[in-house]
Design a protein around this ligand. Structure first.
Ligand code: K1U
Ligand code: ZN
Length: 181
């Protein structure tokens, strides 16, 4: 298995529209494993293939406390079931350390294939509904900050730059540490 680099806002590759998966073959299954490992390592609850620069309609999620209930959605279709919308404080692994409220439909239907190519058809509310809509946006080149004001988008850009610089410094410091046996 492998950890995949996650693209950061405002990388233009995050704007790519994902293509449908033609077959759930070994290549797709390997990508699913790598995306789950990457999502758990980054302490996220969801990840779209777009975020790891793979432009196919594939989403992984795990909303469980113990991180032992992975969900896979291939070629997902998400349809709002009611008009009511609610705000929820969202985060994004591609926009680290930025959180803000986004309004989305509270109940949706999810139609997709799972990791075995089997059809999934379910209704979602709560965090599952929020997260699947956030991840669907990624497959369509949309990022949650697009729903925020220009000022907040500009602040998000600055914040991400700072976080990336801090992470690079930390990595340099770690690399300079003597190896202990
Ligand atoms: O798409 C992503 O980058 C993953 C994202 C999913 C998400 C979280 C919250 C609301 C909508 C979508 C994350 O996992 S962000 C990090 C995170 O674990 C988190 C952040 C806020 C609330 C709950 C979890
Ligand atoms: Zn995201």
């Amino acid at each position: 298995m492998a950890l995949l680099p996650i693209l950061s806002y405002p990388d233009p590759r995050l704007r790519t529209i994902a293509a449908p998966v033609k077959a759930v073959d070994d290549q797709v299954k390997t990508l699913i494993k790598d995306m789950l490992e990457t999502m758990y390592d980054a302490q996220g609850i969801g990840l779209a293939a777009t975020q790891v620069d793979r432009h196919i309609q594939l989403i992984v999620m795990d909303l469980s406390e113990d991180k032992d209930s992975p969900m896979v959605f291939i070629n997902p279709k998400v349809t709002p079931l009611i008009d009511e919308k609610q705000p929820y404080e969202e985060g994004c692994l591609s926009v680290p350390d930025v959180y803000d409220k986004v309004e989305r439909p509270v109940k949706v239907r999810i139609e997709a294939l799972d990791e075995n190519g089997e059809a999934v058809d379910m209704e979602a509310t709560g965090l599952l509904a929020v997260c699947i809509q956030h991840e669907m946006d990624h497959l369509n080149g949309v990022i949650f900050v697009d729903y925020l004001s220009r000022l907040k988008q500009s602040r998000a850009r600055d914040k991400v730059k700072k976080v990336i610089k801090a992470r690079e410094k930390l990595d340099e410091a770690k690399a300079a540490q003597p190896v202990t046996v």
